[in-house]
Ligand binder design. Sequence first.
Ligand SMILES: Cc1ncc(COP(=O)(O)O)c(C=O)c1O
Length: 329
Amino acid sequence: MLAAMADADLGDEQLREDPTVNELQRRAAELLGQETALFVPTATMANQIALRMLSRPGGELIAEERTHVLIFESGGPAVHSGLVMRGLPGVAGQITPEQLRRVADQADEFQPASVVVIEQTHRSSGGRVWPLEELAEVVTTAREVGLAVHLDGARIMNASVASGIPAAEYGRLADSVTICFSKGLGCPLGAILATSDERFPEAWAGKFLFGGAMRQAGVVAAAALYGLQHHVDRLADDHRRARRLADGLAEAGLPVDPDTTDTNFVAVDVASIGMDTAEAVRRIGEQGVRVGVLRPGVLRVATYLGVGDDDVERAVELIPGALSVVART
Ligand SMILES: Cc1ncc(COP(=O)(O)O)c(C=O)c1O
């Protein structure tokens, strides 16, 4: 990846003259089932540009209640786009067409239901994959009730590899799609916002407004192109290792349901064994294993391209001990 970055052809990205950025944008639009795409530094920026593009101030943003745009983007939809944020309870990160219809019915002209955000995979539920058919039904309902649809596909390639469904099948359903390169695809930074030709001018204006118009950005786009070429198929290894981790931790008596590990996250419900998440993270960290928090009370143990089979076996051995759980025999 570093060699690809060093070799990249460069130009002024603000003038649309960086050939590497242009190539990435072309490839990403195709990958995501959209007509056009623009390169930005982060997935948060891509999401925020999309929301501003798809809504009007005073409208409602509707999403499952632990969707990234609602809880991890510093109130951006309210600050940048004047949106009222409404979180709906979901299962595995998914909301239903009925929920959407109810919310739209309750809205009025002064606070119209405006845009729905779907997250694929859904981070806080543990990297769960939203099945295509159910996702399509929610999108159909959104269209019927006049909502725009943004797909936060920061980890859409994990969903694609896990389900065997091309990313474009999910992406083409939405008005705009985010993909992030700095997660499983292993790049230092970078994201794409893909959308239609018709919406492009507004997206492009948003890129400037949010400070995401860059100069010789091809040096980073080259990393993203490399990630798309070399780091997609291997996501299956991350998923296999996460499943092994989930099975191993469950066998050791930890509160883990391996059937909820669709992709590269394992959820450990430490609250159910009376442990505080910060304390659990600290104890496991003392054993040399870094874990994070998935949602309140639940740890996230993630696999990625820096984690091999031996690392997984070590984690299976060390995490239960760190949490003082005696293995079931
Ligand atoms: C679902 C989802 N969307 C967006 C983002 C934001 O990504 P970035 O850190 O590139 O802004 C994240 C980051 O974890 C995420 O999980």
